[in-house]
Ligand binder design. Structure first.
Ligand SMILES: [Zn+2]
Length: 136
């Protein structure tokens, strides 16, 4: 059974974006210092760099960690643990098998392939158009 679980892609993107955010924070600090802005303006850049580094660590850890947590992934049975499923139903048995659609289809009413009229069980010829019905 396939399952949906946290994925890697969004975390990697977040990590890359956070690195760029940290670079922006450095540029902000340099600009604030060199342009003679009030001293506390540089602190905005420091906060930006700190938050970006924390977010980059979070993003890259999720992107490359074994039991990571990020957006979505679809995995095969037994490939990796499913954190969503274990939180919702800790002891859930496997879902029942999907119904046999092929069998359900053949048990429905028969129809004449020529005129579309219903054909009861055991009829060799269509009672509406008279043509021979295909064998079951
Ligand atoms: Zn017919």
């Amino acid at each position: 059974m396939k399952s949906i679980k946290p994925g890697r892609g969004p975390s990697a993107f977040g990590g890359v974006a956070s690195v760029l955010g940290a670079l922006f924070g450095v540029i902000w600090i340099v600009a604030a210092v060199t342009m003679g802005a009030p001293w506390f303006f540089a602190l905005f850049g420091v906060a930006f760099v700190g938050l970006s580094i924390a977010n980059a660590v979070f993003g890259f850890h999720n992107a490359f960690g074994k039991n990571r947590y990020s957006s979505f992934d679809i995995t095969e049975d037994g490939e990796e643990p499913d954190p969503f499923h274990s939180r919702i139903e800790p002891e859930a048995p496997d879902a029942p098998e999907a119904p046999d659609t092929q069998r359900a289809f053949s048990q429905g009413p028969r129809y004449c392939p020529y005129c579309g009229g219903t054909a009861d069980e055991g009829y060799a010829y269509c009672r509406y158009c008279g043509r021979k019905l295909p064998d079951e």
